[in-house]
Design a protein around this ligand. Structure first.
Ligand SMILES: *Cc1c(COP(=O)(O)O)cnc(C)c1O
Length: 478
């Protein structure tokens, strides 16, 4: 295929869109420019391949396909069956999973599918049994009352939010925290690492139905073999949400005890983070949970998105190629180079470094909140996000941390030398930013000052780092 084909494809698509609503075509073009120009260190973002992006923009979007491959509630799904079966096959082969369900629209949706599957499989409920085998119309009011009580009184043990867990792991702002009675395990206050003995203790005391592993902001490997042993010791189902690090599992950077797939009963993920696919989600599971997982739509999901499943099949095929393993290893090499560069310059990092794709800087050492640091970096052309650190004194809104990740820049081709230069830019901005004060003289958690000339200079240096590594180099919209 000629590189020219990519240019022609996107240019033609924009021409067609422009004829209807030129402002949308312009916004799509502007988004490419913005993404090309930004030093993107958001740990959850990436750049999907042109093939993945193009697989989403077509008439598969027009098809309803509730149900599963070969068992649809709509006629004429043979081509949807083809792409859904392909995506699932690639997922099973890539991850060594017994079963893959590729319909979830996002990571949160994948978690809801998993929660339902575990509840339906595990809750000892005569009412639920009746609901599964009989027509739901046959259930009495008393049956429904019992069903709601039994399903609504289950326990979940997951990683605490400030230690890097995710809202959907039973936290109250999320539906999962309203469905489940939740308790969380944190990290050791001195090392910042998961203390497996404490997890085991919490599991013994709390006896959760589901033990959840996985995170959005923990910069280290997790030993899933040990977590499975803990789950087994209390009869819990072990679920892992690998939304952030699925690419490192796919690329065989995380193997053995650190690969969740052989250890967990059920694994959920996004497909658009380190896995570098389309925006979406996925569930992998042991055979005994497969039937319940496959009920995801219409149990908790809206109709499947066949165009996105087509793109998942493309992206998963890409992830099975040998160069994806090379990509995954470079993600981690880059994160470690970034961490080393920051440490050498005097930054404080949660856990003192990283062995995955992300680094969590404790910016209180610079006298800043996460909010101030995030904005000052953004002024300087560096895109990050603020994040809590363990036991964060500034809470979840202002925070004391900055989370940075390398999947996106690694896709662009930046390497360890550029990561060291990136560390220099970040450190310079953070040392030159000063916290501001409120009108009454008290310290502000949001205001800050950073010399505008310095911010401009750093922005130019950030652009210089990106210049040799153009994003979508074959795509020319001009
Ligand atoms: C990003 C993330 C999610 C949510 O994914 P969406 O696709 O945004 O719904 C769920 N769990 C974890 C651990 C995540 O990091």
């Amino acid at each position: 295929m000629s590189r020219n084909a990519e240019s022609t494809a996107f240019r033609s698509a924009l021409e067609v869109i422009r004829a209807v609503e030129p402002r949308v075509a312009d916004a799509i073009g502007a988004e490419l420019t913005d993404q090309r120009e930004s030093l993107k260190l958001i740990a959850s973002e990436n750049y999907a391949s042109p093939a993945t992006l193009l697989a989403m923009g077509n008439w598969f979007s027009d098809k309803y396909a509730e149900g599963t491959v070969g068992r649809r509630f709509y006629a004429g799904c043979q081509n949807v069956d083809t792409v859904e079966a392909l995506a699932a096959e690639h997922a099973r082969e890539l991850f060594g999973a017994a079963h893959a369900y590729v319909q979830p629209h996002s990571g949160i949706d994948a978690n809801l599918v998993a929660f339902w599957a575990v509840l339906a499989d595990r809750v000892e409920s005569p009412a639920l049994k009746k609901a599964q085998v009989r027509q739901v119309n046959d259930l009495t009011e008393a049956d429904w009352f019992a069903l709601r009580r039994e399903l609504g009184n289950q326990r979940m043990l997951g990683m605490s939010l400030d230690a890097g867990g995710h809202l959907t792991h039973g936290f109250r702002p999320n539906i999962s925290g309203k469905m489940f009675d939740q308790r969380s395990y944190g990290t050791d206050p001195t090392t910042g690492l998961i203390d497996y003995d404490r997890v085991a203790e919490a599991a013994r005391e709390f006896k959760p139905l589901i033990l959840v592993g996985g995170y959005s902001a923990y910069p280290r490997k997790v030993n899933f073999r040990i977590l499975r042993e803990i789950a087994d010791s209390v009869g819990a189902t072990f679920m892992v949400d690998m939304a952030h690090f699925a690419g490192l599992v796919a690329g065989k950077v995380f193997t053995g005890d650190f690969d969740p797939v052989p250890h967990a009963h059920i694994v959920t993920t996004t497909t658009h983070k380190s896995l570098r696919g389309p925006r979406g989600g996925m569930v992998l599971c042991q055979p005994e949970l497969a039937d319940q997982v496959d009920r995801g739509c219409p149990m908790v999901l809206g109709g499947p998105l066949p165009h996105v499943m087509a793109a998942k099949a493309v992206a998963l095929a890409e992830a099975r190629r040998p160069d994806f393993a090379d990509y995954a290893q470079r993600i981690v090499d880059n994160a470690q180079a970034l961490a080393d560069g920051l440490l050498r310059r005097g930054a404080t990092l949660v856990t003192g470094g990283t062995d995955n794709h992300l680094v969590l800087i404790d910016v209180s050492g610079y006298g800043l909140t996460g909010r101030q640091a995030e904005q000052a970096l953004l002024d300087s052309g560096i895109v990050t996000n603020r994040n809590s650190v363990p036991q964060d004194p500034n809470g979840a809104w202002y925070t004391s941390g900055i989370r940075i990740g390398t999947p996106a820049l690694t896709t662009r081709g930046l390497g360890t030398a550029e990561m060291d230069q990136t560390a220099e830019l970040i450190h310079t901005v953070l040392t030159q930013t000063t916290a501001g004060a409120n009108a009454d003289g008290t310290p502000s958690k949001a205001k800050y000052t950073l010399d505008a000339d310095l911010a401009d200079k750093i922005s130019r240096q950030a652009a210089d780092l990106l210049a040799p590594h153009p994003l979508y180099p074959a795509v020319d919209l001009a």
